[in-house]
Ligand binder design. Structure first.
Ligand SMILES: [Zn+2]
Length: 448
């Protein structure tokens, strides 16, 4: 198709008017969303996350925000990106905004939209992608909030760091753990860490002050082998079944507390059987006329931050009821150690912790609602910072959103995403301006 110069001019004029008619916020919103989509489109799923591409993207964002940046490889090819917005008073403890760049694997054929396309459904505004909730949203919301604060000429009193760490989904050993235990981290003088939380199907945001500790338990039963037709006591299978029955009763008692609303999910001990191993293999399956001499079961156990004596009573329960030597049973526990002091690892969520008060006030100021403080039911990188004695709050601003982390069709609505940026803007303003009063009373610094 050809077009006269005049026709071209008229078309140009129409497009310009169309752009002018769009409210500026809509145009800004579009570029915010497209940056989020770009990050989601980088496939950082295990087992081979594309960390370098994610690093390049984050570094380009940092450049556009004039943030200082460095790439740290505690382990080769697992880059950790650390960004810095220096505060006017570098002697004050700093703020660390942490997020992980990796995501869990997908089964693409079970998704309604391709998991690394970051498609925005035009009907409802949902952004579908692996990582849209866990937790690329949070990583980029930090940066978008900084962008807004910079645009408004805000100057932080405290230094703000933003870390993008690898490997959270496989335990964080080569990521946050090494980082939290590094000289680099010590020199940052961090006063408060923000890390991931969970979506909330209700209109209230969720704040997490601690997390359950993961334990794995393997119980093993032994007994005399015998013919498949023989009835006798103390077979390995029978002994194991008695134990499983006992574990199942305990599990139900804990689950009942949650179902009755007496306790939150993070406040009970969860026990879930994850494997069963028994039988004598044959070329076609298992030998059917033989009762085996060994049988094993494995359990994933999550324990809320509890005192030593509660821990001791759980271990006694395992030794006496779940795997008693009197039934020819043995067991093996693997667990993540608490601090040497034996004290539970948690962040105070009362007025003794000014950061907790500040975040609650800042969320309310941004017109967000908050539920009561919670224990995260699984593990996050926040535990490595808490183990260092640093306050860490788990928070992902996703209200009115089904919990879909690690699930098929993970999504976040674009309005929730944009709202979350405003919430972080409010939090960062409060955190970065906070001055602890000398006379022991906490006070907010002047808005700068
Ligand atoms: Zn996560």
């Amino acid at each position: 198709m050809t077009m006269s110069f005049n026709g071209f001019h008229r078309l140009y004029y129409i497009i310009s008017i169309a752009l002018l008619l769009q409210p500026p916020s809509a145009i800004a919103g579009d570029s915010i969303l497209s940056r989020f989509q770009q990050y989601l489109q980088i496939n950082t799923s295990h087992p081979s996350p594309n960390y370098h591409q994610a690093a390049d993207f984050i570094l380009s964002q940092a450049k556009s925000l004039s943030l200082e940046s460095r790439t740290i490889e505690f382990v080769k090819n697992k880059p950790l990106i650390l960004l810095k917005w220096p505060g006017k008073n570098p002697d004050l403890p700093s703020i660390l905004l942490n997020s992980h760049t990796d995501v869990v694997p997908v089964e693409p054929h079970k998704w309604s939209h391709p998991p690394f396309d970051a498609t925005i459904d035009p009907e409802n505004g949902n952004i579908y992608a692996r990582g849209s909730q866990d937790m690329k949203c949070v990583g980029l919301q930090y940066l978008e909030a900084i962008r807004k604060l910079k645009d408004s000429k805000f100057e932080p009193l405290r230094t703000i760091y933003v870390s993008f760490v690898p490997d959270e989904e496989i335990g964080g050993l080569d990521g946050a753990k090494r980082f939290a235990n590094s000289k680099i981290f010590d020199e940052m003088n961090v006063g408060i860490v923000l890390d991931e939380g969970l979506a909330s199907p209700e209109d209230k945001y969720r704040l997490f002050y601690a997390e359950r500790r993961a334990m794995s338990l393997v119980i093993k039963a032994t007994g005399a082998p015998g013919h498949g037709a023989k009835m006798y006591d103390n077979t390995a299978m029978e002994n194991l079944l008695k134990s499983i029955e006992s574990v199942r009763r305990f599990r139900a008692s804990q689950f009942d507390l949650v179902k009755a609303g007496v306790k939150a999910e993070g406040e009970v001990i969860s026990v879930n059987m994850v494997f069963l191993k028994a039988g004598t293999p044959s070329p076609t399956g298992f030998v059917m006329n033989l009762q085996p001499s060994e049988a094993q079961a494995g359990f994933d156990i999550r324990v809320p931050p509890i005192a030593d004596h509660d821990q001791a009573s759980l271990e006694r329960r395992i030794a006496e009821e779940w795997a008693p030597a009197s039934r020819n049973m043995t067991f093996e526990i693997r667990q993540f150690k608490q601090k040497d002091s034996g004290k539970p690892i948690l962040t105070a969520y009362d007025s003794s912790n000014p950061w907790w008060t500040l975040i609650e006030e800042a969320i309310v100021k941004a017109k967000g609602k908050i539920g009561k403080p919670e224990i995260f039911p699984a593990s996050t990188d926040a535990r490595y910072f808490r183990m260092k004695g640093v306050h860490a709050i788990g928070f992902s601003p996703m209200a009115n959103t089904p919990i879909l982390l690690h699930d098929h069709n993970e999504f976040l609505n674009k309005e929730e995403y944009l709202k979350g940026i405003e919430v972080y803007e409010s939090i960062l303003k409060a955190f970065a301006s906070f001055v602890e009063a000398k006379n022991g009373e906490d006070s907010l610094g002047d808005e700068l």
